[in-house]
Design a protein around this ligand. Structure first.
Ligand code: BGC
Length: 426
Protein backbone atom coordinates (compact mmCIF):
# COMPACT_ATOMS: atom_id res chain seq x y z
CA UNK A 1 0.00 0.00 0.00
CA UNK A 2 2.98 2.31 0.64
CA UNK A 3 4.01 2.62 -3.03
CA UNK A 4 0.37 3.03 -4.00
CA UNK A 5 -0.07 5.66 -1.30
CA UNK A 6 2.73 7.91 -2.47
CA UNK A 7 1.66 7.50 -6.14
CA UNK A 8 -1.89 8.37 -5.24
CA UNK A 9 -0.82 11.30 -3.14
CA UNK A 10 1.03 12.87 -6.07
CA UNK A 11 -1.88 12.29 -8.45
CA UNK A 12 -4.21 13.88 -5.93
CA UNK A 13 -2.12 16.88 -5.24
CA UNK A 14 -2.01 17.51 -8.97
CA UNK A 15 -5.76 16.93 -9.41
CA UNK A 16 -6.65 19.26 -6.58
CA UNK A 17 -4.40 21.94 -8.01
CA UNK A 18 -6.04 21.69 -11.41
CA UNK A 19 -9.51 21.68 -9.92
CA UNK A 20 -8.88 24.84 -7.89
CA UNK A 21 -7.80 26.66 -11.04
CA UNK A 22 -10.84 25.46 -12.99
CA UNK A 23 -13.12 26.39 -10.12
CA UNK A 24 -11.62 29.85 -9.78
CA UNK A 25 -11.99 30.45 -13.52
CA UNK A 26 -15.60 29.38 -13.72
CA UNK A 27 -16.46 30.78 -10.26
CA UNK A 28 -20.09 29.83 -10.37
CA UNK A 29 -22.55 27.99 -8.14
CA UNK A 30 -22.33 24.21 -8.27
CA UNK A 31 -24.78 22.85 -10.85
CA UNK A 32 -26.91 19.83 -9.85
CA UNK A 33 -24.69 17.21 -11.40
CA UNK A 34 -25.07 13.44 -11.33
CA UNK A 35 -22.94 11.53 -8.84
CA UNK A 36 -20.89 8.70 -10.23
CA UNK A 37 -21.14 5.76 -7.78
CA UNK A 38 -18.66 2.86 -8.01
CA UNK A 39 -19.84 -0.30 -6.27
CA UNK A 40 -20.15 -4.07 -6.64
CA UNK A 41 -23.88 -4.50 -6.10
CA UNK A 42 -24.93 -6.32 -9.25
CA UNK A 43 -27.08 -9.27 -8.12
CA UNK A 44 -30.89 -8.96 -8.06
CA UNK A 45 -31.12 -8.01 -4.37
CA UNK A 46 -28.07 -5.74 -4.46
CA UNK A 47 -29.52 -3.99 -7.49
CA UNK A 48 -32.90 -3.52 -5.81
CA UNK A 49 -31.24 -2.13 -2.69
CA UNK A 50 -29.11 0.34 -4.67
CA UNK A 51 -32.19 1.34 -6.68
CA UNK A 52 -33.96 2.33 -3.46
CA UNK A 53 -31.18 4.81 -2.79
CA UNK A 54 -31.19 5.96 -6.42
CA UNK A 55 -34.94 6.65 -6.31
CA UNK A 56 -34.69 8.56 -3.04
CA UNK A 57 -31.88 10.70 -4.42
CA UNK A 58 -33.74 11.33 -7.68
CA UNK A 59 -36.74 12.57 -5.70
CA UNK A 60 -34.38 15.07 -4.08
CA UNK A 61 -32.66 16.31 -7.21
CA UNK A 62 -29.56 14.12 -7.12
CA UNK A 63 -28.88 11.70 -9.93
CA UNK A 64 -27.17 8.37 -9.10
CA UNK A 65 -24.94 7.49 -12.07
CA UNK A 66 -24.14 3.84 -11.81
CA UNK A 67 -20.61 2.45 -12.11
CA UNK A 68 -21.26 -1.14 -11.03
CA UNK A 69 -18.42 -3.64 -11.27
CA UNK A 70 -19.57 -7.27 -11.01
CA UNK A 71 -17.72 -9.69 -8.75
CA UNK A 72 -18.73 -11.03 -5.34
CA UNK A 73 -16.86 -9.59 -2.38
CA UNK A 74 -15.73 -6.61 -4.46
CA UNK A 75 -12.43 -8.06 -5.73
CA UNK A 76 -12.82 -6.52 -9.19
CA UNK A 77 -14.41 -3.27 -7.97
CA UNK A 78 -11.47 -2.46 -5.70
CA UNK A 79 -9.04 -2.96 -8.62
CA UNK A 80 -11.11 -0.71 -10.89
CA UNK A 81 -11.25 1.94 -8.19
CA UNK A 82 -7.46 1.94 -7.85
CA UNK A 83 -6.92 2.25 -11.57
CA UNK A 84 -9.53 5.02 -11.94
CA UNK A 85 -7.81 6.99 -9.20
CA UNK A 86 -4.41 6.50 -10.78
CA UNK A 87 -5.81 7.66 -14.13
CA UNK A 88 -7.10 10.85 -12.50
CA UNK A 89 -10.77 9.89 -12.86
CA UNK A 90 -11.98 8.91 -9.37
CA UNK A 91 -15.72 8.25 -8.97
CA UNK A 92 -17.60 10.77 -6.79
CA UNK A 93 -18.73 8.00 -4.46
CA UNK A 94 -17.32 4.52 -3.86
CA UNK A 95 -18.34 1.45 -1.92
CA UNK A 96 -15.28 1.47 0.31
CA UNK A 97 -15.52 -0.62 3.39
CA UNK A 98 -13.66 -1.34 6.61
CA UNK A 99 -9.95 -0.75 6.78
CA UNK A 100 -9.75 0.11 3.07
CA UNK A 101 -11.45 3.34 4.09
CA UNK A 102 -8.60 4.43 6.32
CA UNK A 103 -6.05 3.62 3.62
CA UNK A 104 -7.85 5.93 1.17
CA UNK A 105 -8.36 8.58 3.85
CA UNK A 106 -4.59 8.54 4.50
CA UNK A 107 -3.91 9.57 0.91
CA UNK A 108 -6.37 12.46 1.11
CA UNK A 109 -8.94 10.86 -1.16
CA UNK A 110 -11.91 10.85 1.21
CA UNK A 111 -14.14 13.85 1.88
CA UNK A 112 -14.82 14.24 5.63
CA UNK A 113 -18.51 14.22 6.47
CA UNK A 114 -18.30 15.74 9.95
CA UNK A 115 -20.94 18.39 9.19
CA UNK A 116 -23.50 15.87 7.98
CA UNK A 117 -22.80 13.60 10.94
CA UNK A 118 -23.22 16.47 13.38
CA UNK A 119 -26.38 17.82 11.79
CA UNK A 120 -27.93 14.36 11.79
CA UNK A 121 -26.64 13.45 15.25
CA UNK A 122 -25.05 10.23 14.08
CA UNK A 123 -23.30 9.75 17.41
CA UNK A 124 -26.72 9.35 19.03
CA UNK A 125 -28.62 7.55 16.28
CA UNK A 126 -25.99 5.07 15.04
CA UNK A 127 -24.52 2.06 16.84
CA UNK A 128 -21.17 2.83 18.55
CA UNK A 129 -19.42 0.03 16.60
CA UNK A 130 -20.62 1.65 13.39
CA UNK A 131 -19.42 5.09 14.50
CA UNK A 132 -16.00 3.66 15.38
CA UNK A 133 -15.71 2.15 11.93
CA UNK A 134 -16.38 5.43 10.10
CA UNK A 135 -14.38 7.65 12.45
CA UNK A 136 -10.69 8.10 11.69
CA UNK A 137 -8.35 10.75 13.08
CA UNK A 138 -11.35 12.82 14.28
CA UNK A 139 -13.05 12.73 10.89
CA UNK A 140 -16.14 10.91 9.70
CA UNK A 141 -14.96 9.27 6.52
CA UNK A 142 -17.98 7.39 5.16
CA UNK A 143 -21.74 6.97 5.25
CA UNK A 144 -22.73 3.65 6.83
CA UNK A 145 -25.55 1.84 5.05
CA UNK A 146 -26.14 -1.59 6.54
CA UNK A 147 -24.76 -4.30 8.82
CA UNK A 148 -24.33 -7.77 7.34
CA UNK A 149 -24.02 -10.86 9.50
CA UNK A 150 -21.41 -13.28 8.21
CA UNK A 151 -22.15 -16.13 10.64
CA UNK A 152 -25.44 -16.90 8.91
CA UNK A 153 -26.53 -20.41 7.98
CA UNK A 154 -29.38 -20.67 5.49
CA UNK A 155 -31.23 -23.95 5.09
CA UNK A 156 -33.82 -25.32 2.72
CA UNK A 157 -37.05 -25.89 4.67
CA UNK A 158 -38.46 -28.53 2.28
CA UNK A 159 -35.32 -30.65 2.48
CA UNK A 160 -35.08 -30.35 6.26
CA UNK A 161 -38.74 -31.42 6.49
CA UNK A 162 -37.86 -34.46 4.36
CA UNK A 163 -34.99 -35.48 6.64
CA UNK A 164 -37.13 -34.73 9.68
CA UNK A 165 -34.66 -32.40 11.35
CA UNK A 166 -34.55 -28.93 12.82
CA UNK A 167 -31.70 -26.73 11.55
CA UNK A 168 -28.40 -27.60 13.28
CA UNK A 169 -27.39 -25.73 16.44
CA UNK A 170 -24.19 -27.77 16.96
CA UNK A 171 -21.57 -29.21 14.63
CA UNK A 172 -22.64 -32.71 15.68
CA UNK A 173 -26.18 -31.95 14.47
CA UNK A 174 -24.73 -30.39 11.35
CA UNK A 175 -22.93 -33.65 10.56
CA UNK A 176 -26.06 -35.71 11.17
CA UNK A 177 -28.02 -33.39 8.84
CA UNK A 178 -25.26 -33.68 6.24
CA UNK A 179 -25.42 -37.50 6.33
CA UNK A 180 -29.21 -37.49 6.05
CA UNK A 181 -29.15 -35.05 3.16
CA UNK A 182 -26.63 -37.22 1.36
CA UNK A 183 -28.87 -40.21 1.94
CA UNK A 184 -31.60 -38.48 -0.06
CA UNK A 185 -29.07 -37.59 -2.81
CA UNK A 186 -28.78 -33.94 -1.88
CA UNK A 187 -25.48 -32.11 -1.45
CA UNK A 188 -25.40 -30.90 2.16
CA UNK A 189 -23.72 -27.53 1.71
CA UNK A 190 -23.32 -25.00 -1.09
CA UNK A 191 -19.62 -24.63 -1.84
CA UNK A 192 -17.40 -22.54 -4.04
CA UNK A 193 -13.62 -22.52 -4.32
CA UNK A 194 -13.53 -18.76 -4.80
CA UNK A 195 -10.97 -17.71 -2.15
CA UNK A 196 -13.18 -14.96 -0.68
CA UNK A 197 -16.04 -17.41 -0.22
CA UNK A 198 -13.75 -19.92 1.49
CA UNK A 199 -12.51 -17.15 3.77
CA UNK A 200 -16.10 -16.12 4.53
CA UNK A 201 -16.95 -19.66 5.67
CA UNK A 202 -13.67 -20.10 7.51
CA UNK A 203 -14.06 -17.06 9.74
CA UNK A 204 -17.46 -18.26 10.95
CA UNK A 205 -16.01 -21.69 11.77
CA UNK A 206 -13.03 -20.03 13.42
CA UNK A 207 -15.30 -17.92 15.62
CA UNK A 208 -17.30 -21.01 16.54
CA UNK A 209 -14.17 -22.94 17.57
CA UNK A 210 -12.26 -20.14 19.28
CA UNK A 211 -14.94 -17.88 20.79
CA UNK A 212 -14.78 -14.08 20.59
CA UNK A 213 -11.69 -13.55 22.80
CA UNK A 214 -9.26 -15.73 20.85
CA UNK A 215 -10.91 -14.64 17.58
CA UNK A 216 -9.99 -11.05 18.51
CA UNK A 217 -6.37 -12.05 19.19
CA UNK A 218 -6.21 -13.79 15.82
CA UNK A 219 -8.09 -11.34 13.63
CA UNK A 220 -8.07 -7.94 15.36
CA UNK A 221 -4.76 -7.97 17.24
CA UNK A 222 -3.33 -10.32 14.62
CA UNK A 223 -1.03 -12.08 17.07
CA UNK A 224 1.00 -14.49 14.98
CA UNK A 225 1.64 -16.82 17.92
CA UNK A 226 -2.09 -17.26 18.58
CA UNK A 227 -2.46 -18.91 15.17
CA UNK A 228 -0.68 -22.01 16.51
CA UNK A 229 -3.49 -22.61 19.06
CA UNK A 230 -5.08 -26.09 18.78
CA UNK A 231 -8.51 -24.48 18.37
CA UNK A 232 -7.32 -22.97 15.08
CA UNK A 233 -6.22 -26.43 13.99
CA UNK A 234 -9.70 -27.72 14.78
CA UNK A 235 -11.27 -24.93 12.72
CA UNK A 236 -9.03 -25.76 9.76
CA UNK A 237 -9.89 -29.45 10.02
CA UNK A 238 -13.57 -28.57 10.08
CA UNK A 239 -13.18 -26.35 7.05
CA UNK A 240 -11.67 -29.28 5.13
CA UNK A 241 -14.45 -31.54 6.32
CA UNK A 242 -17.09 -29.09 5.11
CA UNK A 243 -15.50 -28.88 1.70
CA UNK A 244 -15.31 -32.66 1.41
CA UNK A 245 -19.02 -32.90 2.28
CA UNK A 246 -19.93 -30.51 -0.41
CA UNK A 247 -17.91 -30.89 -3.54
CA UNK A 248 -16.51 -33.60 -5.76
CA UNK A 249 -14.74 -31.40 -8.26
CA UNK A 250 -13.17 -28.05 -7.40
CA UNK A 251 -15.44 -25.33 -8.75
CA UNK A 252 -15.55 -21.58 -8.52
CA UNK A 253 -19.26 -20.86 -8.36
CA UNK A 254 -20.56 -17.36 -7.73
CA UNK A 255 -22.38 -16.86 -4.44
CA UNK A 256 -25.65 -16.30 -6.34
CA UNK A 257 -25.25 -19.75 -7.94
CA UNK A 258 -24.94 -21.22 -4.45
CA UNK A 259 -28.12 -19.46 -3.36
CA UNK A 260 -29.89 -20.69 -6.51
CA UNK A 261 -28.91 -24.30 -5.68
CA UNK A 262 -30.35 -23.88 -2.21
CA UNK A 263 -33.62 -22.51 -3.57
CA UNK A 264 -33.91 -25.28 -6.19
CA UNK A 265 -33.52 -28.07 -3.59
CA UNK A 266 -30.07 -29.08 -4.87
CA UNK A 267 -28.25 -28.29 -1.64
CA UNK A 268 -29.50 -28.32 1.92
CA UNK A 269 -27.49 -25.52 3.54
CA UNK A 270 -25.41 -22.48 2.76
CA UNK A 271 -23.01 -20.52 4.99
CA UNK A 272 -22.79 -17.02 3.62
CA UNK A 273 -23.34 -13.44 4.70
CA UNK A 274 -27.02 -12.53 4.91
CA UNK A 275 -26.84 -10.84 1.51
CA UNK A 276 -27.70 -14.40 0.33
CA UNK A 277 -30.96 -14.13 2.29
CA UNK A 278 -31.65 -10.83 0.51
CA UNK A 279 -31.03 -12.56 -2.80
CA UNK A 280 -33.40 -15.44 -2.05
CA UNK A 281 -36.07 -12.92 -1.11
CA UNK A 282 -35.43 -10.89 -4.27
CA UNK A 283 -36.19 -14.07 -6.24
CA UNK A 284 -39.52 -14.35 -4.44
CA UNK A 285 -38.55 -17.04 -1.91
CA UNK A 286 -40.17 -16.85 1.48
CA UNK A 287 -38.14 -17.01 4.71
CA UNK A 288 -41.04 -18.77 6.43
CA UNK A 289 -41.88 -21.30 3.68
CA UNK A 290 -38.87 -21.90 1.45
CA UNK A 291 -35.77 -21.29 3.51
CA UNK A 292 -34.80 -20.57 7.07
CA UNK A 293 -32.00 -18.65 8.64
CA UNK A 294 -30.07 -19.50 11.82
CA UNK A 295 -26.58 -18.75 13.07
CA UNK A 296 -23.61 -20.95 12.21
CA UNK A 297 -23.35 -23.70 14.89
CA UNK A 298 -21.47 -22.56 17.96
CA UNK A 299 -21.92 -18.83 17.30
CA UNK A 300 -25.17 -18.03 19.13
CA UNK A 301 -25.13 -14.54 20.62
CA UNK A 302 -22.15 -13.59 18.44
CA UNK A 303 -22.32 -11.18 15.56
CA UNK A 304 -19.59 -11.51 12.95
CA UNK A 305 -20.21 -8.31 11.07
CA UNK A 306 -19.39 -6.60 7.81
CA UNK A 307 -20.69 -3.06 7.48
CA UNK A 308 -21.32 -1.56 4.05
CA UNK A 309 -20.29 2.06 3.68
CA UNK A 310 -20.09 4.63 0.90
CA UNK A 311 -17.18 7.05 0.86
CA UNK A 312 -17.43 10.43 -0.84
CA UNK A 313 -14.25 10.92 -2.81
CA UNK A 314 -12.38 14.15 -3.35
CA UNK A 315 -12.49 14.80 -7.07
CA UNK A 316 -11.65 17.54 -9.53
CA UNK A 317 -15.35 17.80 -10.35
CA UNK A 318 -16.22 19.81 -7.21
CA UNK A 319 -19.21 17.83 -6.03
CA UNK A 320 -19.00 18.49 -2.28
CA UNK A 321 -22.48 19.97 -1.83
CA UNK A 322 -24.12 17.14 -3.78
CA UNK A 323 -22.02 14.52 -2.00
CA UNK A 324 -23.02 15.90 1.41
CA UNK A 325 -26.66 15.96 0.37
CA UNK A 326 -26.39 12.35 -0.73
CA UNK A 327 -24.74 11.37 2.56
CA UNK A 328 -27.53 13.00 4.54
CA UNK A 329 -30.28 11.37 2.46
CA UNK A 330 -29.00 7.79 2.44
CA UNK A 331 -28.34 7.70 6.17
CA UNK A 332 -31.88 8.79 7.10
CA UNK A 333 -34.20 6.35 8.89
CA UNK A 334 -36.51 5.68 5.92
CA UNK A 335 -33.70 5.22 3.43
CA UNK A 336 -32.09 2.77 5.84
CA UNK A 337 -35.20 0.63 6.11
CA UNK A 338 -35.89 0.63 2.37
CA UNK A 339 -32.30 -0.22 1.42
CA UNK A 340 -31.70 -2.90 4.05
CA UNK A 341 -35.01 -4.67 3.42
CA UNK A 342 -33.69 -5.61 -0.03
CA UNK A 343 -30.03 -5.91 0.78
CA UNK A 344 -30.41 -8.57 3.48
CA UNK A 345 -28.48 -6.47 6.00
CA UNK A 346 -29.90 -4.49 8.94
CA UNK A 347 -29.98 -0.75 9.58
CA UNK A 348 -26.97 0.88 11.21
CA UNK A 349 -29.36 2.93 13.35
CA UNK A 350 -30.42 2.24 16.91
CA UNK A 351 -33.87 3.81 16.47
CA UNK A 352 -35.38 0.90 14.54
CA UNK A 353 -38.39 -1.12 15.59
CA UNK A 354 -37.11 -4.72 15.28
CA UNK A 355 -40.67 -5.92 14.69
CA UNK A 356 -40.54 -4.31 11.26
CA UNK A 357 -37.67 -6.63 10.26
CA UNK A 358 -37.89 -10.20 8.93
CA UNK A 359 -36.98 -12.88 11.48
CA UNK A 360 -33.40 -13.29 10.27
CA UNK A 361 -32.81 -9.53 10.28
CA UNK A 362 -34.49 -9.19 13.66
CA UNK A 363 -32.09 -11.67 15.23
CA UNK A 364 -29.14 -9.96 13.58
CA UNK A 365 -30.18 -6.46 14.67
CA UNK A 366 -31.08 -7.42 18.26
CA UNK A 367 -27.83 -9.37 18.67
CA UNK A 368 -25.83 -6.46 17.29
CA UNK A 369 -27.68 -4.11 19.68
CA UNK A 370 -27.35 -6.34 22.74
CA UNK A 371 -24.76 -5.37 25.37
CA UNK A 372 -24.43 -9.06 26.22
CA UNK A 373 -23.58 -10.18 22.68
CA UNK A 374 -20.11 -10.28 21.12
CA UNK A 375 -19.58 -8.18 17.99
CA UNK A 376 -16.53 -9.25 16.01
CA UNK A 377 -15.29 -7.91 12.68
CA UNK A 378 -14.98 -9.89 9.47
CA UNK A 379 -11.51 -10.31 8.02
CA UNK A 380 -12.80 -11.63 4.69
CA UNK A 381 -14.86 -8.44 4.20
CA UNK A 382 -12.13 -5.95 5.13
CA UNK A 383 -13.38 -5.03 8.63
CA UNK A 384 -10.15 -6.10 10.35
CA UNK A 385 -7.26 -5.95 7.93
CA UNK A 386 -6.28 -4.30 4.71
CA UNK A 387 -6.69 -5.72 1.23
CA UNK A 388 -3.21 -7.30 1.17
CA UNK A 389 -3.56 -9.22 4.44
CA UNK A 390 -7.12 -10.27 3.62
CA UNK A 391 -6.06 -11.58 0.20
CA UNK A 392 -3.04 -13.39 1.64
CA UNK A 393 -5.23 -15.17 4.19
CA UNK A 394 -7.79 -16.12 1.52
CA UNK A 395 -5.05 -17.43 -0.78
CA UNK A 396 -3.52 -19.47 2.05
CA UNK A 397 -6.89 -21.05 2.80
CA UNK A 398 -7.31 -21.78 -0.90
CA UNK A 399 -3.90 -23.50 -1.02
CA UNK A 400 -4.72 -25.51 2.08
CA UNK A 401 -8.06 -26.69 0.71
CA UNK A 402 -6.89 -27.49 -2.78
CA UNK A 403 -3.61 -29.18 -1.81
CA UNK A 404 -4.32 -32.46 0.01
CA UNK A 405 -0.62 -32.61 0.93
CA UNK A 406 -0.88 -29.57 3.22
CA UNK A 407 -2.07 -30.41 6.71
CA UNK A 408 -3.75 -28.08 9.20
CA UNK A 409 -0.57 -27.37 11.16
CA UNK A 410 1.26 -26.31 8.00
CA UNK A 411 -1.69 -24.02 7.17
CA UNK A 412 -1.48 -22.60 10.70
CA UNK A 413 2.21 -21.79 10.21
CA UNK A 414 1.48 -20.08 6.91
CA UNK A 415 -1.44 -18.10 8.31
CA UNK A 416 0.71 -16.97 11.25
CA UNK A 417 3.24 -15.68 8.73
CA UNK A 418 0.82 -13.75 6.51
CA UNK A 419 -1.08 -12.14 9.39
CA UNK A 420 0.88 -9.05 10.21
CA UNK A 421 0.24 -6.95 13.30
CA UNK A 422 -1.98 -3.90 12.72
CA UNK A 423 -0.18 -0.66 11.94
CA UNK A 424 0.95 1.15 15.05
CA UNK A 425 -0.70 4.46 14.04
CA UNK A 426 -4.24 3.03 14.19
C1 BGC B 1 -20.47 -6.70 0.66
C2 BGC B 1 -21.94 -6.95 0.35
C3 BGC B 1 -22.08 -7.76 -0.92
C4 BGC B 1 -21.26 -9.02 -0.82
C5 BGC B 1 -21.35 -9.91 -2.04
C6 BGC B 1 -19.71 -8.02 0.63
O1 BGC B 1 -18.34 -7.74 0.77
O2 BGC B 1 -20.33 -6.12 1.92
O3 BGC B 1 -22.61 -5.73 0.22
O4 BGC B 1 -23.44 -8.05 -1.15
O5 BGC B 1 -19.90 -8.68 -0.60
O6 BGC B 1 -20.81 -9.30 -3.15
Amino acid sequence: MKALSSGLLLVFQWLLGVSCVVFALTAQAQPALPVDVLHWWTSASERKAADQLGALLAANGVQWKDAAIPGGGGMAAVKVLKSRVLMGDPPDVAQLIGTTLTDWADVGLVLPLNNVAERQRWSQSLFPTVMDLVTYKDNIIAVPLGIHRINTLLYNRRLFARIGMAPPATWAQFEVAARKLRAIQVRPLAWSDEPWQMATIFESILLAETGPALYADLIVQRKSSAWMDPRVERALNRLRLLRSLSTDTPTERTWTEGARELLEDNVGMMIMGDWAKGELMAWGASPTKDFGCVVVPGTANMHLYSIDTLAMLVSPRQREATQEKMAALVSGANAQLAYNRHKGSVPVRRDVDPLTLDSCARDSWTTFASPRAARVPSLAHRMAADETVKDAVAQTLWRYLTDPGMDASEAQRRLAAVIRAPRSDR
